[in-house]
Write a protein that binds this ligand. Sequence first.
Ligand code: HEC
Length: 114
Amino acid sequence: MREVALVLPWKRALGAGLLIASLHAGVSAAEPDMEAGRALFVGATPACAICHTLNDAQSSGAIGPKLDEIKPDAARVATAIRNGIGQMPAYTSLSDQEIEVLAAYVAKATGGQP
Ligand code: HEC
């Protein structure tokens, strides 16, 4: 039941994040689009920022691990976003491209592998 409560309000609020990301469509994955990634990090619902500390996004969430400390590579971030992990919900409504942008952003911002 907790899952439903998280997912429904999120779908309604997703529009803004999708719009921001689509404006940046076409940016190559080689050079992460930090602006779009940051916007998704704080703008996806539920926002990554409410659960995670990430200095680049000025977030101090403490439910999930500090991303600056675990320095995940992009593949690890993408897997967590797609499938969820522990208390973290799966973000089934993000497009592959949005997940790619977000994963590349988190990896680069924390110094993890691309
Ligand atoms: C509801 C709180 C919550 C939200 C929202 C959330 N996370 Fe998490 N996240 C967690 C928790 C809790 C864990 C640790 C799960 C575990 O290891 O059991 C985690 C783990 C992770 C991990 C590590 C995965 C691993 O392999 O160990 C990454 C990377 C991550 N989250 C990124 C994100 C990103 C990016 C977003 C936004 C799209 C996000 N999280 C949104 C709570 C959250």
